[in-house]
Design a protein around this ligand. Structure first.
Ligand code: ADP
Ligand code: MG
Length: 355
């Protein structure tokens, strides 16, 4: 638990999480949900209001940050501007009074892995953003920590560099075989890098799972809407026996859906359909388990091999991403299809996943 202002503002009401040795785990969630606070509590930069934190078998609540065997990398790099890259990386080891030749060996080892050997004599200001972030990683690496804590380390980089650094950090994790706890608000970053992802909202863990499971079996509407890009579409719907009705459309449930949803017959629920699960449907063709809906294109975007079609239903904007070379236009009528087995069902009251 974490509260600020003498217990007046509770930011993390209750959080329980076990991170495996050598795991790459991502904390992901919208800005302000408590990711940095959680990471800072692990680092020891923020006091834990109540609860225990263990690294290996050792309770570290009262252990100073420098004695926790962790290394933190920030978005801002936090390099010393007046020191060379070499000195920045050597600094913590010097404080530990490590012998010079050993420091030299470690700095060169890290510089080699991170491909920053040519810049060891430069000052940080003479480096690009990506190079600076690699120096920050190097500074963490030389300390040989048990855990790497990274707080939005790529946020200051442009999109292309971010993608590059993503794979570099993943490969660094593989080389070092150390536990990484990585904070990001960017679900794509989390999905591409993590072994497991912790999805947080308002200080509460919503689900902890692998990227595949979060995508295919989200625990609730928050996770379903947060994971995946563009975000999942939600529609108000009604269950009536073996059918789902929503905004003038209906489709037949399959056997397992029917069984699970029987308790909801006659009730309002929410259904979720991912944009990429829509396809352009042939009007005359009728196939079992394919549901069709006719929509009016509000805006159409072409992204090469894909068209994003935006359409409004009951004042809410929805999106279908269709694999096609065809260009759609605003105002155009489109027949969308989706497979009934790709539909997610949510309890309208609790927002939890039904099936
Ligand atoms: P995130 O990293 O997910 O964006 P943070 O952990 O930084 O979120 O913040 C979570 C919440 O805690 C926010 O509402 C923020 O305003 C609040 N908060 C963070 N630090 C403090 C502080 N020192 N005092 C009071 N509130 C804080
Ligand atoms: Mg943060």
């Amino acid at each position: 638990m974490k509260a600020f202002d003498n217990g007046k503002v509770t930011v993390i009401p209750d959080l329980s999480l076990e991170i495996a040795d050598k795991e790459f785990i991502c904390l992901v969630g919208p800005s302000g949900c408590g990711k940095s606070t959680t990471l800072r509590m692990i680092a020891g930069l923020e006091e834990i209001t109540s609860g225990e934190l263990y690294i290996d078998e050792r309770e570290v609540n009262n252990v100073a940050p420098k004695d926790r065997d962790i290394a933190m990398v920030f978005q801002s790099y936090a390099l010393y501007p007046h020191m060379s890259v070499y000195k920045n990386m050597a600094f913590a080891l010097k404080l530990k009074k490590m012998p010079k030749d050993e420091i030299d060996r470690k700095v060169r080892w890290a510089a080699k892995i991170l491909d920053i050997e040519p810049y060891l004599d430069r000052k940080p200001r003479a480096l690009s953003g990506g190079q600076r972030q690699r120096v920050a990683l190097g500074r963490a690496m030389v300390r040989n920590p048990k855990v790497f804590l990274l707080d939005e380390p790529l946020s200051n980089l442009d999109a292309k560099l971010r993608t590059e650094m993503r794979s570099q950090i993943t490969s660094l994790h593989q080389k070092l075989q150390t536990t990484f706890v990585y904070v990001t608000h960017d679900q794509t970053e989390a999905m591409t890098m993590a072994d497991r992802i912790v999805v947080m909202d308002k200080g509460v863990i919503q689900q902890v799972d692998t990227p595949q499971m979060l995508y295919h079996e989200p625990a609730n509407m928050f996770v379903a809407g947060f994971i995946g890009s563009p975000a999942m579409n939600f529609f108000d719907a009604e269950v009536s026996d073996s059918k789902i009705r929503f905004s003038g459309h209906e489709f037949e449930l399959n056997e397992s859906q029917k069984a699970t949803l029987s308790a909801y017959s006659g009730k309002d629920i929410i259904i979720g359909i991912r944009p990429e699960h829509f396809f352009a449907a042939n009007e005359s063709e009728s196939t079992r388990n394919i549901c069709k809906m006719t929509v009016t294109t509000e805006i159409a975007e072409m992204t090469g091999n894909e068209s994003n079609i935006y359409f409004m239903i009951n004042g809410k904007r929805h999106i279908a991403s269709i694999k096609t070379d065809q260009k759609y236009h605003s105002g155009e009528t489109v027949n969308l299809g989706f497979n009934c087995s790709d539909v997610h069902f949510f309890d309208k009251g609790t927002t939890k996943t039904i099936i």
